[in-house]
Design a binder for this molecule. Structure first.
Ligand code: NAP
Length: 399
C-alpha cells in the first residue's frame, strides 16, 4: 500500500468515524483502500461492531449477515482501528474528538424507533418492533420477550421490519438452523411461543407498501402458516401505473389470497387500508382498535402483543448537529452544517444523514461519495491542525 501516486510526502490524515455500522466501516474502507496515508479510528458505543447488520438484520437472513466478513477485513487493515464501548457525546466529547482528528465522520445510524402517538401505546405488551429486533439479535440493551402467553400479535407498518417481525413470530421454531445466530434464550422463547395469529396493519393499499417482493414472498411461503387477506383490498384501478415492485407484490398477494388456507398451525392476517387508532387493555394490551377503508369502518382486533414497525429514527448525540424535524444530521454534500455553515472537518454518512431508508448497498455508494469529499478536502483538513493531532490513543489507554 502507498500514498496516492504523485502525491508529495506528508503526514497521515487522521480520521475518526463515529459508529461501526456498515456506513461507517464502508467509509473507512473507501478512505483506506490501497493507501496508507490515511489512518482511521472507528469509534463504537456498543461492545461489538457492525451496527444494524449485527443487531438489525434478522438472524435467518444469513446471506446479508455474511457481509460482516468483508466489514471485518476492513477493520483488520493496518491503518484502521476499532474502539468499542466508547460513546461519543458521553465518554468523549465531540470537541475533544475534533481536536484529536483532522476529520470526523458521523455514522451514528438510526436505531431508535418512531411512535404511533395513539392512546394506549405505552401499555405493557405494546412496544416497538425495534425492541423485538434487538432482542432476537442479542443486543446488549434489549429487554427479553416472553412469548409463552402470547397468542395474538399485531404488527403495525408495511415495511421490511414489519415483515421481519411477522416472520420471526410465525416461523416454525424448528426451522431456525444451528448456523443462524440466535441467542439461546431467544431460541427457547420462540420454541415456547404460543403465537397462533399475527395481524399486519398497513395504513395504505398493497401498491403503496414499502416492503420488497423478496421479503414478502419469503413471508408468504412460510411452512405451516396460512395467509388470510381480503381480496377486496387487492383490487386496484390501474395496476399498469404501479412500480414493478408494487406489481410483483400485488401478484404475490393475489396468489396468497387464492390459496386455500387449510388447517395450518399459524395464521398471518394482512389488513390493508387499516390503521390503528387506539391500543386497549386493562393494565396490559388486550386489543387494537382499528379503522378500515375510506369510510373508516371501526373494528377491534384482539391482541396480547403489539409491535409498531413504523420506521427507525436517529437519536440526537450531544455535540453533533441534529435537525429535529427530519431527525438527521444537517449537511450539504456530506459536509455537516453547524450554525448555518459547512463545518470544516465534519462529515456525515449513512442513515444518520439520509434518514432510515435503503438497503445495505445504498450505504456503500454513500460511503464512497462521502470519502471522495474528504479526499477533495485533504489540503484544507491537514491545515486545520499544524501537527499530527494524534488521535484518541491516550484516551483508550486510560479506558
Ligand atoms: P419503512 O420501510 O419506512 O416502512 C415503515 C412503514 O410504517 C410504512 O409502511 C409506513 O407507511 C408505516 N407507517 C409509518 N408511520 C405510520 C403510522 N403512524 N401508522 C401506521 N403506519 C405507519 O421502515 P422499516 O420497515 O423500518 O425499514 C427501514 C429500512 O430498512 C427500509 O429501507 C427497509 O427496506 C430496510 N430493511 C430491509 C430489510 C431487508 O432487506 N430484509 C429488513 C429490514 C429493514 P406509509 O408508507 O404509509 O408511510
Amino acid at each position: 500500500m502507498n500514498a496516492v501516486p504523485g502525491s508529495v510526502a506528508r503526514r497521515p490524515l487522521r480520521v475518526a468515524v463515529v459508529g461501526a455500522g456498515p456506513a461507517g466501516i464502508y467509509t473507512a474502507d473507501s478512505l483506506t483502500f490501497e493507501r496508507d496515508d490515511i489512518l482511521v479510528d472507528v469509534i463504537e458505543r456498543l461492545p461489538e461492531p457492525f451496527g444494524l447488520l449485527r443487531f438489525g438484520v434478522a438472524p435467518d437472513h444469513l446471506t446479508i449477515k455474511s457481509a460482516a466478513g468483508s466489514l471485518q477485513q476492513v477493520l483488520d487493515r493496518p491503518g484502521v482501528r476499532l474502539l468499542c464501548n466508547t460513546q461519543v457525546g458521553t465518554d468523549v466529547k465531540v470537541e475533544d474528538l475534533r481536536a484529536a482528528y483532522d476529520a470526523v465522520v458521523y455514522a451514528t445510524g438510526a436505531d431508535a424507533d418512531r411512535s404511533l402517538t395513539i392512546p394506549g401505546e405505552d401499555l405493557p405488551g405494546s412496544t416497538s418492533a425495534t425492541a423485538f429486533v434487538k432482542w432476537y439479535n442479542g443486543h446488549p440493551e434489549a429487554d427479553a420477550f416472553d412469548l409463552a402467553q402470547t397468542r395474538r400479535a399485531v404488527v403495525v407498518g408495511a415495511g421490511n421490519v414489519a415483515l421481519d417481525a411477522c416472520r420471526i413470530l410465525l416461523k416454525d421454531p424448528g426451522s431456525f438452523t444451528a448456523e443462524m445466530p440466535l441467542p439461546a434464550p431467544v431460541r427457547e422463547a420462540l420454541r415456547a411461543s404460543a403465537v397462533t395469529d399475527v395481524h399486519l396493519l398497513a395504513r395504505r393499499g398493497p401498491q403503496d407498501a414499502k416492503f420488497t417482493s423478496k421479503e414478502l414472498g419469503e413471508l408468504l411461503r412460510l411452512e405451516r402458516v396460512a395467509t388470510v387477506v381480503d381480496a377486496r383490498d387487492l383490487t386496484a384501478p390501474d395496476a399498469n401505473g404501479f412500480s414493478p415492485m408494487a406489481r410483483r407484490n400485488l401478484k404475490l398477494l393475489e396468489q396468497a389470497a387464492e390459496r386455500d388456507p387449510g388447517e395450518q398451525v399459524r395464521r398471518l392476517h394482512l389488513h390493508f387500508h387499516t390503521r390503528p387508532v387506539a391500543i386497549e387493555g386493562n393494565g396490559t394490551v388486550a386489543g387494537v382498535r382499528v379503522e378500515h377503508g375510506p369510510d373508516s369502518t371501526a373494528g377491534l382486533l384482539d391482541a396480547d402483543l403489539v409491535l409498531r414497525a413504523v420506521g427507525y429514527r436517529s437519536r440526537p448525540v450531544d455535540g453533533i448537529p441534529h435537525a429535529e424535524e427530519t431527525a438527521t444530521i444537517p449537511h450539504v454534500d456530506h459536509r455537516v452544517i453547524r450554525e448555518g455553515e459547512p463545518s470544516a472537518g465534519e462529515y456525515a454518512v449513512g442513515w444518520a444523514k439520509r434518514g432510515p431508508t435503503g438497503i445495505l448497498g445504498r450505504n456503500r455508494s454513500d460511503a464512497d461519495d462521502t470519502a471522495q469529499v474528504i479526499l477533495d478536502d485533504l489540503d484544507v483538513l491537514l491545515a486545520l491542525h499544524p501537527e499530527d493531532p494524534g488521535g484518541l490513543a491516550d484516551f483508550t489507554a486510560q479506558r
